[in-house]
Design a binder for this molecule. Sequence first.
Ligand SMILES: NC(=O)c1ccc[n+]([C@@H]2O[C@H](COP(=O)([O-])OP(=O)(O)OC[C@H]3O[C@@H](n4cnc5c(N)ncnc54)[C@H](OP(=O)(O)O)[C@@H]3O)[C@@H](O)[C@H]2O)c1
Length: 284
Amino acid sequence: MIAVSGATGHLGRLVIENLVERGVAAGEIVALARSPRKAQDLAARGVQVRAADYSQPDTLVAALQGVEKLLLVSASEVGQRVAQHRNVVDAAREAGVQLLAYTSILKADTSGMQLAAEHKASEEIIRATGIPFVLLRNGWYLENYTGNLASTLEHGALLGSAHDGRVSAAARADYAAAAAEVLTGSGHENQTYELGGDAFTLPELAGIISRESGRPVEYRNLPEDAFAGVLVSVGLPEPFARVLADADRGIARGELFTDRDDLRRLIGRAPTTPREAVAAALRG
Ligand SMILES: NC(=O)c1ccc[n+]([C@@H]2O[C@H](COP(=O)([O-])OP(=O)(O)OC[C@H]3O[C@@H](n4cnc5c(N)ncnc54)[C@H](OP(=O)(O)O)[C@@H]3O)[C@@H](O)[C@H]2O)c1
């Protein structure tokens, strides 16, 4: 059986779709959900939905019974993630999981971004268990940008603190396909994949948005504090806004850029381009 955590989230759902498309029987897929009621649609399709909260270790060992391969989708509560991931890894060892794949971040071991610290610590915990692992070091999601397209168009400005740093972003669907490959294919044990799509700078992305929409959009680089302030003003909690502004500083340093073609090789096709993602978001 193959288990996917964060199954009620965007990425987890896409991984489960990919597993089904690859011919994995629904009954062989375990959807680990903090709130199983959010996964009722998956249960209706025959997927085994099991309650699993990263912060409640007793739920985890039970949820992983009979699971051979586990995709641990990294948790979303920044600051709590190392302890949460440790709980999942401990439970995986106790339950006899034979392959543990983890969604990390590009260059987790060398990146200076605040976001990377928890991933680096989590990778170290995973390596120390002795369970065969796969580190899926995901780059930025294209959706981080296309999700704000309406506001970008309204203001005619894409805001950030990344200067002209290059970011190798790809669609969640691409990262999900890569995860499904390592869960169903062979030869991935103890591999670390640096995953990203075509690289672009934020000024280039503003140009793409402008061309695809036919409306003027410019990139406006802000000091990190000012960018964090903008993110707070649109409703993000301040600590998270600061983490995202810090990530833009990381982009300026090249920490979300990769020239490796691991993603393309794993999914057997070109990852979604920024132009395709923008065009799809404009249609949608
Ligand atoms: N590469 C990037 O650009 C990028 C951007 C954002 C996030 N991320 C990372 O990638 C992960 C997956 O992305 P996503 O878009 O799928 O995020 P998402 O839609 O927010 O999904 C996160 C999933 O994790 C689950 N979860 C959170 N805390 C949990 C806990 N304590 N116990 C069990 N499950 C828990 C959530 O459950 P509920 O449905 O119950 O909330 C949800 O299913 C994120 O969690 C984050 O670590 C990466």
